[in-house]
Design a protein around this ligand. Structure first.
Ligand code: THU
Length: 132
């Protein structure tokens, strides 16, 4: 699957977002090395704090199907915003644990695309190594 197809799949997830409070729809797609993929969308809640972001939805689903970081080729996160939707702080911490640190994270809106990774997005990481 090429990058454009991955972006389009992530936009199909964004279209399924449940975002009645922010009206800000985000989609994500985890592409696995065996060719399988898993979509995620942001799912909001009236209590706000119970909201799940798109990238967490997608990567939790991949893990639920038994995939692990070494099985993941790329993660794509898309939104319709003018700015690229960079993962929030909670998502960066989750991705730090569940993605290899050099795995491409592709951010895209309809105008721009940027490829990054968790080492760039989250410096001075707190990980399991800190727990001793
Ligand atoms: N959101 C995501 O799903 N991913 C991001 O990377 C940034 C924010 C969602 C959470 C909430 O539903 C909405 O966008 C506004 O914050």
């Amino acid at each position: 699957m090429d990058q454009q197809q991955l972006i389009e799949l992530a936009f199909t997830a964004a279209d399924n977002a449940y975002a009645p409070y922010s009206n800000y729809k985000v989609g994500a797609c985890v592409l696995c090395k065996d060719g399988n993929h898993f979509l995620g969308a942001n799912i909001e809640n009236a209590s706000f704090g119970a909201t799940n972001c798109a990238e967490r939805s997608a990567i939790f689903t991949a893990y639920s199907y038994g995939y692990r970081k070494e099985d993941i080729e790329a993660l794509c996160i898309v939104s319709y915003g003018k700015k690229l939707a960079a993962p929030c702080g909670i998502c960066r911490q989750v991705l730090c644990e569940l993605l290899d640190h050099k795995t491409p994270i592709i951010l895209s809106n309809k105008e721009n695309t940027l490829v990054t990774n968790i080492d760039e997005l989250l410096p001075m990481q707190f990980t399991d190594e800190d727990l001793g």
